[in-house]
Design a binder for this molecule. Sequence first.
Ligand code: A5P
Length: 232
Amino acid sequence: VVAQVPEAQREEWKRRAATYAATLVEDGMKVGLGSGSTSRLFLQALADRVRAGLRCVGVPTSEATARIAESLGMAITTLEEEPDLDLAIDGADEVDPALNLIKGGGGALLREKIVASAARRFVVIVDHSKLVPSLGTNWAVPVEVVPFGWTRTSAALIALGAQTTRRERDGTAYLTDGGHCILDCRFGAIAEPAMLAVKIKALTGVVDHGLFVHLASMVVVGTESAVEILRR
Ligand code: A5P
């Protein structure tokens, strides 16, 4: 499905969701700032509001997002300074009908999950092509693992039913902002994300994974003509 939608059209759908999400930020809020291309559009829309007088402070979910936010003139801080956020807004790779997610296509899943968990409301912004009947339809589950003994951790994930691929960049292991590897794990369609999430998290060597279960309070979906709001 994803491949059939021209990129320019998806970009427009993403922009629609991102622009709507920027209107959810109220004066004085502490906001988690997501990572990825949809979040970048959100940052641009939010920066427009900040230039118009809105006061807010953001906690970035990646070094890349921190750089973008700063370049747009936005105030940023850390979870150490502001451990309780009013709102977090981020993209996703897949969204199922129960609003469970796969995240981490951009490799920022660990900080994204910590920031989403620190927020009173976690709002997800996606284009329509990200909606799937079950997680795992189009995407592998990214699993963040410590580099030490990663082949052992990979074997444990294979024993859970995954086909694993270590993510690479320029011919060498891709490393996250936290200095960990990512193993992209294909499980096929995932019948019970909550159960799989617990099993993956229990493996020694796993730091965290891209299954976001029962975390999103709302999903804003950009479509051809409008935004659709999905609530849990
Ligand atoms: C980053 O690690 C991811 O979780 C992104 O939020 C996700 O991959 C969605 O990215 P896009 O908005 O670029 O599709």
